[in-house]
Design a protein around this ligand. Structure first.
Ligand SMILES: C[S@@+](CC[C@H](N)C(=O)[O-])C[C@H]1O[C@@H](n2cnc3c(N)ncnc32)[C@H](O)[C@@H]1O
Length: 265
């Protein structure tokens, strides 16, 4: 058990980890040989993955700017990943220095790196927690210290839900988190898909990783927004969600859907 009461698996460098594969694809340094091999294998099966991860990150940036611009001052970022500049709190603070951010991830390496990065000001926290136990996230004292669930919250589920299998009931997981959010809150979500190319071989690269990849169709991803109202343009391939520069070449090949939605009641 860690001090968070979470049973950490320990830091396993013998199997690829989603956070470290993603870090490698983004050009980061916090990854091991197994992660680099998995990333290269993924890119061999799905060459668009290099631009996809960048486009997903850019979507997250625009979506955070959007929700902060809409007045939200609290962000709950589940599946935050290894710190990658600009991080969510940096993007938010550029627009509004009073935004509070609670970061959650189930990878002990992510927590260790984030601990080293974050100040102890009380405006940000990093908690080891698992999306598959959403109630524990909402009830966690370190989350409650930063997030007041009586005020609007932006819930970020960016490039994480595809690590949950259907058997892990991702729709119920999202519904539990949604029900903890007051009206005026937002859901920011992105999700990998095989709608544009058959990506079953790329999906299989994760079979040996610490979490599997579960590609979903547009209709399946849209269901995660039940109880929310999608803001324009609705669910889109991430480069086409409110772009602030012309979408890069081959953006129509990117296998990530993204959307932002408001909690209506
Ligand atoms: C692909 S990264 C996405 C990082 C960031 N949200 C972004 O989009 O740039 C996915 C992150 O989700 C985390 N993750 C995967 N399954 C999880 C789970 N069940 N609970 C909490 N975190 C999880 C991984 O450790 C990883 O850091």
């Amino acid at each position: 058990m860690t001090q968070d009461g979470f049973r950490a698996e320990g830091i396993d460098t013998s199997r690829p980890h989603p956070a470290r594969i993603y870090d490698y694809l983004l050009g980061g340094k916090d990854n091991y040989e197994v992660d680099q091999q998995a990333g290269d294998e993924l890119a061999a099966k799905a060459p668009e993955v290099w631009i996809s991860v960048q486009a997903n990150r850019a979507f997250m940036r625009r979506a955070v700017q959007y929700v902060v611009g809409s007045g939200v001052r609290q962000i709950l970022d589940v599946g935050t990943g290894l710190p990658t500049s600009p991080n969510v709190h940096e993007i938010a603070h550029e627009a509004a220095p009073d935004v509070r951010v609670a970061y959650i991830d189930n990878d002990p390496i992510v927590k260790a790196h984030a601990d080293a990065l974050l100040s102890r000001s009380g405006a940000t926290s990093i908690v080891l927690g698992d999306l598959r136990d959403p109630r524990a996230i909402v009830d966690h004292p370190d989350v409650r210290q930063v997030i007041d669930f009586d005020e609007p919250v932006a819930l970020l589920l960016v490039a994480i839900l595809h690590f949950l299998t259907d058997a892990e009931k991702p729709e119920e997981v999202v519904a539990t988190l949604r029900d903890a959010l007051p009206a005026g809150s937002f859901l920011v979500l992105s999700h990998a898909t095989g709608d544009f190319f058959d990506r079953s071989e790329a999906q299989a690269v994760y079979n040996n990783a610490t979490a599997t990849m579960n590609l979903r169709s547009r209709a399946e991803v849209e269901r995660f927004f039940d109880g929310f109202e999608l803001v324009k343009p609705g669910l889109a391939q991430v480069p086409f969600w409110r772009p602030d520069t012309p979408p890069p070449a081959r953006s129509d090949e990117i296998g990530f859907y993204g959307g932002v939605a408001r909690r209506t009641g």
